[in-house]
Design a protein around this ligand. Structure first.
Ligand code: FEO
Length: 170
């Protein structure tokens, strides 16, 4: 059985992952509208990944005999000023999610919930990868100054990104 403090924090995290998912879907729509199918595809893949994160927490709560309480998902942004701005917002959001995950680990430690601590390790590792992935794209964008042929090349590369459900063991 999950302790109340842990359960409440995980329910908040489910909401945050669902928000992340819709934020990235909104970014995907923005990129599509700007004629950047590769960037739109990348964000659509991110949207799908975030759904699997929310569902991983959802299934964990059920497995531990807790009750998932779904909450309203707030309004996410729909407009950005430039391609770089979207990717910077993505990195800032992933850094925010990393803080949330670290906070969850702290709560699990305080509550001596070793099972949750062990479960959260996957997310701790995932955040390192997610931040590095976005940072790499942001660095490339800065190199090409967010414009011209460089954008075209990067967009073409991002078309190749495919969704893989990393929450399911290979
Ligand atoms: Fe679920 Fe990208 O953090």
């Amino acid at each position: 059985m999950l302790k109340e403090k842990v359960l409440n924090a995980i329910n908040e995290q489910i909401n945050a992952e669902q928000y992340s998912s819709l934020l990235y879907l909104s970014m995907s729509a923005w990129f599509s509208d700007k004629g950047l199918p590769g960037f739109a595809n990348w964000m659509y893949v991110q949207y799908q990944e975030e759904m699997t994160h929310a569902n991983k927490f959802f299934n964990y709560v059920n497995e531990r005999g807790g009750k998932v309480t779904l909450k309203a998902i707030g309004q996410m942004p729909t407009e950005w000023g430039s391609i770089i701005e979207v990717v910077e917002a993505t990195l800032a959001h992933e850094q925010y999610v990393t803080d949330l995950i670290n906070n969850l680990v702290d709560i699990a430690l305080q509550e001596k919930d070793h099972a949750t601590q062990s479960f959260l390790k996957w997310f701790v590792d995932e955040q390192v990868e997610e931040e590095a992935n976005v940072k790499e794209i942001l660095d490339t964008l800065k190199l090409v100054n967010g414009q011209g042929n460089g954008i075209f090349m990067l967009d073409r590369e991002l078309r190749g990104r495919t969704f893989v459900d990393a929450t399911v063991p290979a």
